[in-house]
Ligand binder design. Structure first.
Ligand code: TRP
Length: 329
């Protein structure tokens, strides 16, 4: 019987899940569980490139995993684990590095961004980040990788490294395909400038309490060309209107009201906040029933399964590269 195809994705520890995470990739994590053997992990090694002490993000890590379960990741169907539970991924990173030309990594845009963001901590781990990401994917022989658009360059590099590895040592890995959510509106954070990111404090939460969501939505920058409610709005360039495309089936109706100045920016925010609160109510409820003990059990079980798969891949990899087999201890 042919092996069921595998889906894999990772997410850095940034605290609670926000709308950008959910629309960009979260929806696909949930959807792909039905068709694929599915793997989702919390990228704690990757998080160390910006927050060097993992003790400092323990709380955020629990929040993240609880949110993943809350949005519909079912630990019975998805192998949910911490990246560092598979130390062999570090060995694979080292081996992949041997077939990765320096120039490929030098042109990765996220590295340049980080150099700008944290000039006093430009560490080698940041540079190696996309090679580790490739190892994450191929160690479970991932076929498809649901991620947000911001990960396109990393995925392209993963494919290049995979091809180069296979050409050098034989066909060990499938070439992973990126899976984007074409319906995700191109929305920005509440500041209307940058993409949503917890560190920029411009997020709308997915499992946050209604009061918090109301506040976040209320802080959104809207149509900057519209000063008075009596002026016609410009829904095409308004961030709040962009969200309507996702949250309202009859978004066109609201866009029209906005153009005709029959609805104001504040009214639109109020409607949007209530709609988000309503849509995500089941997520909030599910999350309220989760405990840290439960998360620990889920991650332990996931670690075992992921290690098993990774172990088998690495036996093949060592053989292909010509290294001696692991010695049993
Ligand atoms: N770099 C990804 C992000 O910032 C997280 C990540 C790490 C990842 N390893 C991965 C995503 C493997 C997909 C597959 O969102």
């Amino acid at each position: 019987m042919a092996q069921t195809k595998r889906s894999l994705s990772g997410i850095r520890v940034t605290g609670r899940f926000h709308l950008g995470n959910y629309l960009g990739a979260g929806i696909n994590y949930v959807r792909l569980q039905d068709e694929y053997e599915s793997y989702i992990f919390v990228a704690d090694y990757h998080t160390l490139t910006t927050k060097p002490n993992a003790h400092d993000f323990t709380d955020d890590l629990y929040d993240m995993v609880m949110d993943l379960i809350a949005i519909g990741i079912d630990p019975e169907r998805t192998v949910l684990y911490r990246q560092s539970a598979i130390p062999k991924v570090a060995e694979l990173t080292l081996l992949l590095a041997m077939v990765t030309p320096l120039s490929w990594v030098q042109r990765v845009p996220t590295f340049k961004e980080k150099v700008r963001d944290q000039p006093d901590n430009v560490n080698l781990g940041l540079f190696e980040y996309p090679v580790l990401q490739c190892a994450d994917i191929v160690i479970v022989k991932g076929d498809v990788v649901p991620v947000g658009r911001d990960q396109a360059a990393h995925l392209e590099l993963t494919r290049e490294i995979t091809r180069r590895f296979n050409r050098t040592y034989g066909e060990v890995f499938p070439e992973p395909q990126i899976v984007l959510n074409p319906d995700a509106p191109l929305v920005k954070g509440t500041d209307g400038k940058a993409k949503m990111s917890k560190s920029l404090k411009n997020i709308v939460g997915v499992t946050d309490e209604p009061e918090v969501i109301r506040k976040q939505v209320h802080s959104m920058v809207t149509d900057t060309k519209r000063v008075y409610k009596s002026q016609p709005g410009h829904p095409r360039s308004c961030n709040v209107c962009a969200f309507y495309k996702f949250f309202f089936d009859d978004w066109e109706h609201y866009w029209e009201l906005c153009r005709k100045a029959e609805i104001g920016c504040n009214d639109k925010k109020k409607l949007l906040a209530e709609r988000i609160i309503e849509r995500f109510a089941p997520f909030r409820e599910r999350r309220a029933g989760l405990t840290r003990e439960y998360v620990d059990r889920v991650l332990d079980a996931g670690a075992e399964r992921a290690q098993d798969v990774a172990g088998r891949t690495m036996v093949e990899v060592r053989q292909a590269v010509g290294l001696p087999p692991y010695r049993d201890r």
